[in-house]
Design a protein around this ligand. Sequence first.
Ligand SMILES: Cc1cc2nc3c(=O)[nH]c(=O)nc-3n(C[C@H](O)[C@H](O)[C@H](O)COP(=O)(O)OP(=O)(O)OC[C@H]3O[C@@H](n4cnc5c(N)ncnc54)[C@H](O)[C@@H]3O)c2cc1C
Length: 396
Amino acid sequence: MSSPYDVVVIGGGMSGLMAAISLVEKGRNVAVISKGDPVCCLSTGCIDLFSRGDDPIGGIELLPDYHPYRLIGVERVKESLDIFQDIMRVAGLPYVGDLRVNRKILTPFGTDKITCLVPETMESADCDPDEYIHVISFKGLKDFYPSYITSGHVNSGYSIFDAGVSSTSAIAERFEDKDFLQEFISWLLNLSLPDGKIAFPAVLGTRSSMSIFNEISNRLERDIFEIPTIPPSIPGERLFNRFKNLFLEKGGSLYWGKEIASVEKLGGRIEAVTLSTRGRPTRVQGTLFILATGSFVSGGLYASMDDVRETVFDLETYLPGERKDWFNEDFFIPGHTIEKAGIRVDSTLRPLDSEFSNLFVCGSILAFTEVMKYGCGHGTAIATGVAAANMCEELL
Ligand SMILES: Cc1cc2nc3c(=O)[nH]c(=O)nc-3n(C[C@H](O)[C@H](O)[C@H](O)COP(=O)(O)OP(=O)(O)OC[C@H]3O[C@@H](n4cnc5c(N)ncnc54)[C@H](O)[C@@H]3O)c2cc1C
């Protein structure tokens, strides 16, 4: 049976969910289709806007004209990040930061990561080199390295708590138990730590992280902060789950774990997509469509030996240079040529050279985003997600 949605968003990552939430907040009937969890669940949960300088907004102004930030304009980028912060404040997962000043957070290896907006649980992570930091870790936890952190910070120490479980998600879930939290706080108080900040791996709860964080901080009467672990990352999962639940709470429809099997077109428009489900196929009909399927990691783009393909609508995909130029042993080097690959769009986020007049594209599938080169991952996803929603709003 067909479902006449105002907008069908394909891809449930930061960009797709940001677009979808913006539209349901305006009373639109929206469906999100996603084949799986997004890259956000692997991320620190911090919002990189432009991490290659001191001033993120100032840095955007220096990017090439064809970068997605420049296509939609700096003012819209700023507005979208303000909207994001408002949403997260109301959702009980507040983010702090200044769009004009990048900040440092500690990584589990003791190095610094430069980012822009951070969850409030990381607000105190930017430490003076000589202030005392005491790092807490958990017995058996493999995704966090307190000795690396303390070896890089002269004035520091660490202690290990036995939570009875050792994976990040299992420890985070234990913190949701009130008795466990009290036991942990009593242990901390008994350590009689020197004055200074206390740092924890980011496992202080899943759903109730802010109240757990505030309770520990209040009882200890200390500045405390979380350090993201290596993936999978609890702050990334908190952000994603909060976004997903918010969309559902506001009346959105979610088709999760579903891939597009076929696309129905009519007169230069997309009419509907059909999902591959067990039993009878599900047809999802919409007036407008947003493509937010991410880059190679999530499968929005697929690279074969001699080509790169967009996987849902088979859109024309921009490829940087020759096949030999796409290769580099280190996928994570900033400026890897293949990072430029993706869908080219105009300033309304409509794909260039496309037969579809009712399709918009947002997020890391956009050509020239270059997430690693510019350190602009969630920033571009949020900004282009809001921009795509606004473009739809103008047409509905
Ligand atoms: C390991 C890692 C760590 C990172 N850390 C940070 C960080 O700390 N801060 C930061 O700002 N950025 C970070 N980034 C970058 C950032 O996470 C991404 O750029 C951003 O989240 C991309 O969002 P997106 O919505 O465009 O795509 P994605 O998150 O990739 O989401 C795309 C979604 O589309 C779905 N999908 C794909 N194909 C289909 C299909 N055919 N049908 C239906 N659904 C489909 C996928 O399942 C997925 O849910 C990191 C990236 C990586 C890889």
